[in-house]
Ligand binder design. Structure first.
Ligand code: KG4
Ligand code: ZN
Length: 322
């Protein structure tokens, strides 16, 4: 296999990393913009793109230096081609193109969602087939990977993504953006049976989370302040994780795959991880916390398994085509 420099700029993390053979991380650098966007209650795309522009060269230089290698040791420059915010993706892509051209290296386009799944290859010997539960701020999908280039989407959210449900619920509880980690932390000391929130009944392997968020809102409207934040968080988290776990386990049973893989920012969730550990009949993989949320090591890892070699005239995409 090969050593790739990965560049990630799909949203609000500017990141670069060098990874050998898709498994061994030689360096992993990341500059988060969360503090900038917190005051707006969410990511402002134009602000994010400008901030990537200011910092991306420094982050890349740091990642290459920290890897102990030089550009001549690399086998390619990988970048996130989408889905993501168009302006931020363009910044990462232009940095990757410039470096590929200057150092005469292959340019490799990586899909952000596959990169989240590929985070599970880091420091493991995982190989397909497996069922992946991809749960991020923008996507919620159950995917059957027969090989890494052949993923069949068995189900997805019909409205909000799981991470989006966390962020919107956090906002209505008066918690800071992004809300996933904060709700998760509060939930650990709350009672999941304190409030009964609906799971969102949808056929097959699809999901719906928008009703859940509204149910939390209606409940909060009836409560006195200070709100019982721990119990609200635990009850909300119980509803989200229960349906994610149940449908993923069903998909594993139906396909007979020998492993389950969790991917995306919500895969950092404590309750989700522990429910899978308790209930899954097959081994469950989830990335270490630093590789769950957006990072560049997963981009460089994905490049080794499913990166597409592209030319300098390539573009980016803001939405996945499915
Ligand atoms: O994968 P990611 O970094 O970015 C996207 O590609 O969207 O996911 C970010 C999402 C946010 O919605 C954030 O609230 C959520 O992941 N998240 C969590 C946790 N940590 C991050 N959700 C639940 N529990 C967590 N511990
Ligand atoms: Zn992501």
């Amino acid at each position: 296999m090969a050593v790739y420099l990965g560049i990630e700029s799909s949203c609000d993390e500017t990141a670069a990393a060098v990874v050998r053979d898709g498994r061994q991380v030689l360096s992993n650098c990341l500059l988060s913009q969360i503090e900038t966007h917190k005051k707006f209650g969410g990511v402002v795309p134009e602000v994010a793109a400008r901030q990537h522009l200011e910092t991306i060269n420094h982050v890349i230089a740091e990642a290459v230096a920290a890897s102990g290698l030089g550009f001549s040791d690399l086998d390619g420059i990988a970048f996130t081609a989408g889905p993501g915010l168009i302006g931020t993706l363009l910044t990462g892509m232009m940095a990757a193109k410039s470096l590929a051209w200057a150092h005469d290296l292959p340019l490799i386009a990586v899909d952000h969602l596959l990169a989240h799944v590929a985070a599970n290859f880091i420091n493991t010997d995982l190989d397909p087939p497996f069922i992946a539960l991809l749960v991020s701020g923008g996507h919620t999908q159950i995917i059957h990977f027969r090989s890494f280039s052949e993923g069949e989407i068995l189900g997805k959210t019909l409205d909000d993504a799981a991470g989006e449900a966390y962020d919107k619920t956090a906002r209505l509880l008066g918690l800071p953006y992004p809300g996933g980690a904060t709700i998760d932390k509060l939930a650990q000391s709350g009672n999941p049976a304190a409030f009964k929130f609906p799971e969102g009944v949808v056929a097959g392997y699809n999901f719906s989370f928008s009703g859940l968020k509204t149910a939390v809102l209606r409940c909060v409207e009836k409560l006195d302040t200070p709100l019982p934040l721990e119990d609200l968080a635990a009850s909300f988290q119980d509803a989200v994780t229960r349906v994610l776990v149940r449908k993923t386990l069903q998909a594993q049973a139906e396909t007979g795959t020998p492993a389950i893989v969790l991917a995306g920012g919500v895969a950092a969730n404590k309750t989700l991880r522990s429910l899978f550990d308790q209930l899954s009949p097959v081994p469950v993989y989830y990335p270490s916390l630093q590789f769950c949320t957006d990072n560049a090591a997963m981009v460089a890892a994905a490049a080794a398994f499913c990166g597409k070699k592209v030319d300098l005239a390539c573009g980016v995409y803001s939405r996945k085509k499915d």
